[in-house]
Design a protein around this ligand. Structure first.
Ligand SMILES: *[C@@H]1O[C@H](CO)[C@@H](O)[C@H](O)[C@H]1NC(C)=O
Ligand SMILES: *[C@@H]1O[C@H](CO)[C@@H](O)[C@H](O)[C@H]1NC(C)=O
Ligand SMILES: *[C@@H]1O[C@H](CO)[C@@H](O)[C@H](O)[C@H]1NC(C)=O
Ligand SMILES: *[C@@H]1O[C@H](CO)[C@@H](O)[C@H](O)[C@H]1NC(C)=O
Ligand SMILES: *[C@@H]1O[C@H](CO)[C@@H](O)[C@H](O)[C@H]1NC(C)=O
Ligand SMILES: *[C@@H]1O[C@H](CO)[C@@H](O)[C@H](O)[C@H]1NC(C)=O
Ligand SMILES: *[C@@H]1O[C@H](CO)[C@@H](O)[C@H](O)[C@H]1NC(C)=O
Ligand SMILES: *[C@@H]1O[C@H](CO)[C@@H](O)[C@H](O)[C@H]1NC(C)=O
Ligand SMILES: *[C@@H]1O[C@H](CO)[C@@H](O)[C@H](O)[C@H]1NC(C)=O
Length: 218
C-alpha cells in the first residue's frame, strides 16, 4: 500500500515540475516542485533535518519518522527534537496526521500535537529529492505570514556529509529564494540522545512526510 501512495505523490510532484519553469529564484509560495531523480524506494527511511536558512530558533536533533495509515492517504508523523539549539537531549515528541491531497502543489498546513495539545500550525512544501539521500523544502513558521519563510534540507540518517549538504544548497539557491549561496545553518544531529524509556522504533518513512515534519522546527 505504501508504494502506491508514494507513486501518487511522485506523480503530483512531477506534474508541479512541468507546470513551473522558474526564471529566477522562486519564493516559497510561488515555487513549484522540482523532480530531480525520484526513486520510490528511496523515499523510505528515517530523515533528519540537517540544515536550515535562516536557522531562527530551530532546536537541535530534529528527526521525523513517517508512516501511512490504513486508508492509504493519511500520513502518521512522529517527530522528535530537543528543547533548544543548545540541548542534545531529544526529549520532545510530537505527532501529526496529514491527509494527502493527490497532485497538490500548494504545500500543507500541519498541526503537531505534544502531549495531546495542539501546537500552532506550520506550513511546509517539499521541493527537490537529490540522489535519493537529500530533500529540500521550504516552509513558514507562521502559516499566515510569508515573511516567516525558510528553506530546509533533510537527509537520510547515516547517508549525508557536510560536502553533500553544500552541494545540495548549491543546487537549491539558484531556484529558490529561501536558499542562499554558501549561507545556511547546520542543525546539530551529532551526539543527540533520548531517554531509553521513550524511544520508539522507527517505522516507514516517506519523503513527503519528512518534509511536513520539518516545518515543526520553528
Ligand atoms: C491500501 O492499499 C492497499 C495496497 O494497494 C490495498 O490493499 C488496500 O485496500 C488499500 N486500502 C484502502 C482503504 O484503500
Ligand atoms: C533506488 O534507491 C534504492 C535505495 O537508495 C537503490 O537501491 C536503487 O538502486 C535505486 N533505483 C534506481 C532505479 O535508481
Ligand atoms: C508513532 O508513534 C505511535 C505511538 O508510539 C505509534 O503507534 C506509531 O506507529 C508511530 N508512527 C510512526 C510513523 O512511527
Ligand atoms: C494526478 O496527476 C496525474 C498526472 O497528470 C493524473 O494521471 C492523475 O489522475 C492525477 N490524480 C488526481 C487525483 O487528480
Ligand atoms: C494554510 O493556512 C493559511 C492561513 O490560515 C491559509 O491562508 C493557507 O491557504 C493554508 N494553505 C493550505 C495549503 O491549506
Ligand atoms: C512582510 O514583509 C513586508 C516587506 O518587509 C512588509 O511590507 C509586510 O508588512 C510584512 N508582512 C507581515 C505580515 O509581517
Ligand atoms: C549526486 O550524485 C552525483 C553523481 O554521483 C555526484 O556527482 C553528486 O556530488 C551527488 N550529490 C550529492 C549532493 O551528494
Ligand atoms: C557563490 O559564492 C562563491 C564564494 O563564496 C562564489 O565564488 C560563487 O561565484 C558564488 N556563486 C554564485 C552563483 O553566485
Ligand atoms: C556545518 O558543519 C560542517 C561540518 O560538519 C562545517 O564544515 C560547516 O562549515 C558547517 N557550516 C556552518 C554554516 O556552520
Amino acid at each position: 500500500m505504501m508504494w502506491k501512495v508514494v507513486i501518487v505523490l511522485v506523480a503530483a510532484l512531477a506534474l508541479a515540475s512541468a507546470q513551473n519553469q522558474p526564471t529566477g529564484p522562486q519564493t516559497c509560495s510561488a515555487a513549484g516542485v522540482q523532480s530531480l531523480d525520484w526513486n520510490n524506494t528511496a523515499l523510505f527511511g528515517r530523515w533528519l533535518e540537517v540544515a536550515r536558512n535562516p536557522l531562527g530558533d530551530a532546536p537541535a536533533c530534529l528527526e521525523f519518522n513517517v508512516g501511512l495509515l490504513l486508508d492509504n492517504t493519511t500520513l502518521s508523523i512522529n517527530a522528535s527534537h530537543s528543547s533548544s539549539i543548545a540541548s542534545l537531549y531529544s526529549n520532545i515528541d510530537e505527532t501529526a496526521k496529514v491527509v494527502l491531497t493527490p497532485n497538490a502543489t500548494t504545500g500543507y498546513n500541519v498541526t503537531f500535537y505534544q502531549d495531546n495539545a495542539a501546537q500552532p500550525p506550520v506550513f511546509i512544501k517539499l521541493l527537490q529529492l537529490v540522489n535519493n539521500t537529500y530533500v529540500t523544502g521550504c516552509g513558514y513558521t507562521d502559516p499566515n505570514n510569508a515573511n516567516t519563510s525558510y528553506g530546509f534540507i533533510l537527509a537520510l540518517q547515516g547517508k549525508y556529509d557536510a560536502a553533500g549538504i553544500k552541494l545540495v544548497n548549491d543546487q537549491a539557491f539558484p531556484l529558490y529564494s529561501n536558499f542562499q549561496n554558501n549561507s545556511y545553518a547546520n542543525i546539530t544531529q551529532a551526539g543527540c540522545y533520548k531517554s531509553s524509556a521513550t524511544q520508539s522504533l522507527p517505522m516507514i518513512s516517506g519523503i513527503l512526510a519528512v518534509a511536513l515534519l520539518l516545518i515543526k522546527a520553528y
